[in-house]
Design a protein around this ligand. Sequence first.
Ligand SMILES: [Zn+2]
Length: 547
Amino acid sequence: MSNKQIVCECGHKNPEGTQLCLNCGRLINDDYDKKKTTDVMRYDGQAIRSKTKNRTILDRVWNFFASVKTGVTLLVLTVIAASIGTIFPQEYFIPMNVNPEQYYYEHYGSLGLLYYKLGFHNLYSSWWFLILLGLVAFSIITSSIDRGIPLHKSLKNQRTKKHNSFYKRQRLNMTTQDQVDLEGIGKSFKNKRYKVKQDGNHLLLEKGRLSRYGPYINHTGLIILLFGAMLRFLPGFYLDEMLYVKEGETKPVPGTDRAYYIKNNDFIYEEYNQKSQSNSNPESIDPSLNKIAKNYETKATLYENDKQDVIGSNENLKAVASDSIKVNHPLTYDHLQFYQSSFDNSSLKEMTFNLKTKDGKALGQSFTVNLESPKKEYKLTDDLTVKLRSYAPDYEKIENGVLATKSPNPNNPAFVFEVTKKGEKPEFSFLRIKESQDISKGNQYDVKFANATNQWATVLAVKKDLTLPILFTGFVIFLIGLAVGSYINHRRIWINTDKGEFNIAGHTNKNYYGFSKEINQVLDKHQITHIKDTKEDIHESKEANNG
Ligand SMILES: [Zn+2]
């Protein structure tokens, strides 16, 4: 760290990079671009680290992140990324039982595949979005420290006495020969809620300093917002998952690390009676299209698992909540919410078969195969038994005499049955939907498909969001910062009576018109010449020249 100091004419030692002497307000930096002198009051002429130090790698990293350009670029990138994330649906909006990579490719082409590969399908939990948010936060913090701290220091340690050149550089400044009552003027400004500081024949009048902190309050709100958004990546703070539960099934709640389980006790589905619908030509349409769900709900029980922390142990479930989950009526427990999202009855649950002779005579009672966990043997009569020799829930092909399955889901079940009758040679047959064939030769019996029942499953959306209060706080602070920065004006007036003259200068961060009006009200009261906005003068003379 270098400690190069700049000594002002007044003798005050200022840190390197200072534009205006901390003590007397003289412009002391010769390198300072004269064109930018209107800017110099922005940070009260204080040394800004990013504008001063550029030697080590740390300096450069600091300067990079402290730059407004970097901050704005990162913010724009984040907004662009967030909007790209809305082009195609996020993963939790696509159907549950599909391969997401395949889904994005089939529905949105190669662009969809790219979308998936880059992680846009899960944008708000992707690592690079987290990094982007982190960089934005880092940039805001860096730039706030870079400019906020020097500004704060200089506002806190303001001297009342300023050099004549400081007065002359202010947009509002005037020197008159008026004889004035310094105390009286101070009092008048005090009545206008100015803070008055006096040092000999010098006055400093100030109000609305808070306005200068507006951007930093604003930044604090943004940081809290970003922090809240990043907390979503931590387990336990945020959940947005889909859960597929079959009737009668109990499943661990995703994202809770086996702390909670939910059971679908019963799924109720009601639909409008077709005939009551005012459908002009119902016959011409597939009847299933006319079905409109009137109500669907899940009778669910939520369980807490006592043995969550014991690795490898069986769960010990304790019912903690029971409710009927309907659209717009979630089950709620301990910040967890379960919403009715949709349902599925497309997969098969059971298939029932009859055994018949070749000439169509039924033998014994029918038998039902549970497609999830089929029994091996079905006794039809005392001497007639059907054995399930091979089973594929999602038939693909026959491999080495065994049925191969694509998935464990009963989408396309296939069976090899063995029919045995006491004293007779066993018979084999192969069955799948719309197809049956004898395997052994000269079969006497046919296994015939009778009917099937579908499996009802509910699709629940599991939600939890502990970051909302944080996001809300951040947003409120952000708005406060915005209001403070917009509605409060920081006004400062310097007055002295050096050499028997009346010198006055004023600076504000906005609304010079209102400011000069306020000063002139006081000057009026003390019979002093009005102050004029020097910027307005320039403006007027330009107009005059043009005209
Ligand atoms: Zn000085």
